[in-house]
Design a protein around this ligand. Sequence first.
Ligand code: ACO
Length: 377
Amino acid sequence: MSDNTTNQGLEGITVAETRISDIDGESGELVIGGYPIEELATNATYEESIFLLLNGRLPTDRELANLRAKLAARREISDEVRAVLRRAAEEEKPAMDALRMGAATATIGTEDGTPQDDAQRVIAAFPTIVAAYWRYRQGKKPVAPREDLGHAANYLYMLSGEEPTDAAIRGLETYLNTVVDHGVNASTFTARVVVSTESDLVSAATAAVGTLKGPLHGGAPGPVLDMFKEVHESGEPEGYVRETLERGERLMGFGHRVYRVRDPRAAVLSTAAERFYEASSNTEFFETVQDLEECAVDILAEHKPDRRLETNVEFYTAALLHGLGIPKDVFTATFGVSRVGGWMAHCLEQLENNRVIRPRAHYVGATGRTWTPVGER
Ligand code: ACO
C-alpha cells in the first residue's frame, strides 16, 4: 500500500546534503562553495568556479593552470559528434535538442579513469558542441577550439569566429559563474538521480539537458528577449504585462520556487548587463528592460497579492547574453554550458555517499478490476 501524503513538485523536501551551494529564499542569498554569489561571479573565471565546485576550495595558481590546460586539451569533439550536430542543424532542431544529441554521442575516454577526469571531459565538451551546432546552423564550418583561450573566451570565439573583447569575456565569465549551481534544481536533481543508479556522467548530463530545456526551468530567456523586443518597439510595458496576464499566461522571467524576493542572480546579471550596455553605448534597450521590470513587479503584486513574484535569473540572462552578442537560439544551451559544472559536481558528491534515489507515489487509480479479453472490451 502506498503512503497517501504527497508533495506536489517535492516542494520543501530535502533530498541531499551538499557542500556545493546554499540558497536562502527568504532573504535572497546564494552562496557557492562558501562565497556569496556577488563576490564569486564578478571575480572568478569559470575555471576557478569549476575547481571550487569539484574540489570544495579555490585553486592555487598552479592548480588553476593545470585545470585550464586539462580543459583546453579536452575541448575537441569527435567526427561522430560533429556529424550528429550537422544533421541536427540541417533539420533545424532547437539548440537544446542538438546539445542533448551531442552530449549523448560524446563518449567518455578513460585516460586515467577518475570521475574528476570524466567530469572535466563533459564540461570541456559542452561549449564546443553548442558552438559547432550554431556554426552549422549558419551554414558555416565549426571553429576549432583554441588552447590559449580560457573557457569563456573560447566559447565566444567558437560561436563567432572572432576573438572576443576583454569586456565580453568578463561579461560571459560573470554569467557562467552566476548560473553554475543553484541547489537541487530540477536538472541537477535529474543528474543526481541518474548517477544514483551508478550510471555514468554522460548519461547524467544528457538527461539534465532534457530537464533544463523546459520553459519552467532554463527555457525562459528566449521568450524573455522576445518580450523585451516587443516592449522596446511599442514603448508600452504596462500594456504588455497586463495583456499577458489577462490572457492567463505567465510572465517569463518572474517568479521562483525558492525565492520570495528578487533572485540575487538577477542583481549580479543586471549590474553586468548595465556595464556592458553602457560601454557599447546601447543604453536605450537596457532602459526598456529596467522599466519593464519595475512596471511588471507592481502589476504582479496586484495580480497575485499572496505570492511575491519578482525577477528571476532568466530576466537579466536575456539582457546580458543579448548584449554580449550571443544568439537567442542558443541562450538555454549557454545556460547548459555553465550548469554542466554544477551537474558534474553534484554527481561526484552523490557518488561519495550514494543511495539510489527512489521516492514513492500515492496510487489514486482504479482498483478491483478483473481481466476482460480484447475481443470482449
Ligand atoms: N507570471 C504570472 N503568474 C505566475 C508566475 C509568472 N511568472 N509565476 C508564478 N505565477 C503564479 C501561478 O500562476 C500560480 O498562481 P495560482 O496559484 O493562481 O495557480 C502562483 O503564482 C504560484 O505558481 P507556481 O506554479 O506554484 O510556482 P512554482 O514554484 O511551481 O513555479 C516558476 C516557479 C516555474 C519559476 C514560475 O514562477 C514560472 O512559471 N515563471 C515563469 C517562467 C520562468 O521565468 N521560468 C524561469 C525559471 S528560473 C530557472 O529555473 C532558472
